[in-house]
Design a protein around this ligand. Structure first.
Ligand code: AQP
Length: 343
């Protein structure tokens, strides 16, 4: 039977990019998958520490991320929700995989470069990058591969920014299986319909938790007045009408994408572009803000509820229960892997 695995970093409250690009798909899969399908969704705290984190703030973000997963409709009795660091097999398999993974392949991956704000053609052997680059940030795709492979995941739902990492995870399977025998399973990528949600302040950048300008993203817990303010400040262009034209009007087209993803009749961004053609940009932004606020209202209410439930202990109950199940899933794989490697 299929096994679905995906993860999110607890580096802040998830934004619309995370929601439309990944989390919404997690819920959809949960609600439509055959009952025999195993679903694991992890809050990947070990990935979060590849850049410096304040311990108290990290603990708080983990709780907020878990509360978000529950608020959007993940059911802990159906989906296994857990903190990555509570299942040590993830780290153990990472080590084993790094003994057959290729340095050259890792050097060509681009995400560590963007986190260090380096150019795409920078090499880790440049003097400047060598001193800034920590081993964990460089090798974290191996941990990500381990996250997936330790549960023998067959399918991984992610946004487009993760496709290179999934390719690398398959490469890790090939390398391991070549060395030790066909024990690991190569996962398939499930790309969400909202592949790449763009920043409100720069429609050429993806919306991201770590961008310094909070107006660049809408958090899924933002109240209506905040959503309205961020939307009115969104960067568009000087043509005071609406049309869907991603090439020439990336800002307006990004907003039409939002509207489409929340449209209950399943209208495309193109169709909505025609429908809103006569709107001025101010009036249009207001309509987009209202649509987002309305769709997120139940999520916000549930988020507050689960954070406070049982004096805050409900969340502990959820992750601990998830950890027990995830550990059982990972341990079964590790038995085979240790046997194959001779450990
Ligand atoms: N802008 C986006 N559009 C579509 N999908 C996105 N995802 C993230 N941003 C977008 C998807 O969300 C899932 C969880 O992401 P993550 O938190 O593990 O990693 P990330 O890609 O590093 O997210 P951020 O928000 O950009 O965080 P920072 O700023 O810390 O790097 C993934 O499936 C991802 O594809």
């Amino acid at each position: 039977p299929p096994v679905i695995f995906s993860g999110i970093q607890p580096t802040g409250v998830p934004h619309l990019g995370n929601y439309l690009g990944a989390l919404q798909q997690w819920v959809r899969l949960q609600n439509t998958a055959h009952p025999s399908t195993k679903l694991l969704y992890s809050i990947v705290d070990l990935h979060a520490i590849t850049i410096p984190q304040d311990p108290e703030r990290l603990r708080q973000w983990k709780r907020e991320t878990l509360a978000t997963l529950l608020a959007i409709g993940l059911d802990p009795n159906r989906s296994i929700l857990f903190y990555q660091s509570s299942v040590s097999a993830h780290s153990e398999l990472m080590w084993i995989l790094s003994c057959t993974a290729s340095m050259g392949y890792l050097s060509r991956m681009t995400q560590w470069k963007s986190k260090l704000q380096l150019k795409d053609d920078a090499s880790p052997l440049d003097e400047g990058s060598k001193s800034k680059l920590k081993l964990g940030l460089f090798s974290y795709p191996v941990l990500q591969a381990a996250d997936i492979l330790v549960h023998r995941a067959t399918h991984v739902p992610v946004g487009e920014d993760q496709s290179q990492h999934l390719e690398f995870a398959r490469e890790c399977v090939t390398n391991f299986n070549y060395a030790y025998g066909p024990d690991l399973v190569a996962p398939q990528t499930i790309m969400s319909p909202a592949k790449r949600v763009m920043s409100l302040q720069d429609p050429h950048l993806k919306m991201s938790k770590s961008h310094s300008d909070p107006r660049s993203r809408i958090l899924i817990t933002d109240p209506p007045d905040v959503i309205h303010k961020k939307m009115m400040a969104a960067l568009t262009d000087s043509i005071n009408s609406v049309s869907y034209d991603p090439e020439n009007r990336p800002g307006v087209s990004n907003l039409l994408q939002f509207l489409s993803h929340f449209n209950t009749e399943g209208k495309s961004a193109q169709e909505l572009g025609l429908e809103y053609a006569s709107f001025g940009l101010g009036q249009f932004k207001k309509a987009v803000a209202e649509s987002i606020s309305e769709s997120l209202a139940p999520v916000r209410t549930k988020y507050e509820q689960v954070l406070a439930a049982d004096g805050g202990r409900y969340l502990d109950h959820v992750w601990m229960q998830g950890a027990v199940k995830a550990k059982a899933s990972a341990d079964a794989t590790m038995e085979v892997v240790r046997q194959a490697v001779g450990l």
